[in-house]
Design a protein around this ligand. Structure first.
Ligand code: MG
Length: 230
């Protein structure tokens, strides 16, 4: 009887933890993206250098399920890839200080912030929000998450290959706003929750995606992302 009670309690605790995991890690999630965080990329798109981070968001429905094919969206003729370092928030927090920001993430990966550049250019020209050009289904493609090597946080290379040709290379040391600064800045406005993702901006070399292109993303020399756009 005692053993039976112990097993029941164990099941209740296990199920509660599983539900909490789903609620906080999988469901309560937003995707915050930083624009214009590398100087050469700002120049290639002829944008102004920002005094503060440029922020936009994608809904969680933007995340591509890599178990299914990703199709070239019908509403654009100028789909662009943007390779970015993506961090995953590991703890809830608001108004986080820059000095404390490292306690709020443990894992990172390389991801693609897919952008309908033709739509974005048109919207920007008219002073309108960019959402439809940045936040559509499958516009957030994520590699496998790995532990952050904090000793190299500000000196890690990342690369994107398109059909085996390297098209983007970046280093976290070239970010205008460091990951800690980004966390401190965005958490003034939005409470960060476990599972939230932050795309930290793309270096120069963004370009066109063509149907059947194969992409490979490497972070710190390791391949974490492989995806084909159909
Ligand atoms: Mg981007």
């Amino acid at each position: 009887m005692l053993l039976f009670c112990k097993i029941s309690y164990f099941r209740i605790i296990r199920n509660t933890l599983a539900i909490a995991y789903l609620l906080f890690y999988k469901i309560a999630m937003k995707i915050i993206c930083i624009g214009r965080n590398y100087l050469p990329h700002i120049k290639e798109l002829q944008n102004e250098v920002p005094g503060e981070p440029v922020i936009f968001m994608k809904p969680k429905t933007a995340i591509a399920n890599l178990g299914f094919p990703i199709y070239y969206p019908k509403f654009t003729e100028e789909l662009h890839y943007e390779a970015e370092v993506v961090i995953r928030i590991s703890k809830n927090g608001a108004r986080i200080t820059e000095g404390n920001a490292r306690n709020y993430f443990k894992e990172w990966t390389i991801g693609l912030d897919l952008t309908a550049r033709d739509l974005q250019t048109k919207l920007k020209k008219n002073g309108l929000p960019w959402e439809i050009s940045k936040s559509f289904d499958n516009s957030a493609i994520l590699g496998d998450f790995v532990p952050v090597p904090f000793e190299k946080l500000h000196d890690t290379n990342f690369e994107l290959y398109q059909n085996e040709e390297r098209v983007q290379i970046g280093n976290t040391k070239d970010m205008i706003f460091s990951i800690e600064k980004i966390i401190a800045y965005v958490s003034q406005f939005f409470t960060l929750q476990m599972g939230d993702l932050i795309f930290t901006g793309t270096p120069e070399g963004v370009g066109m995606v063509l149907p059947y292109d194969e992409f490979e993303g490497r972070l710190d020399g390791k391949t974490l992302l492989k995806v084909t756009i159909n």
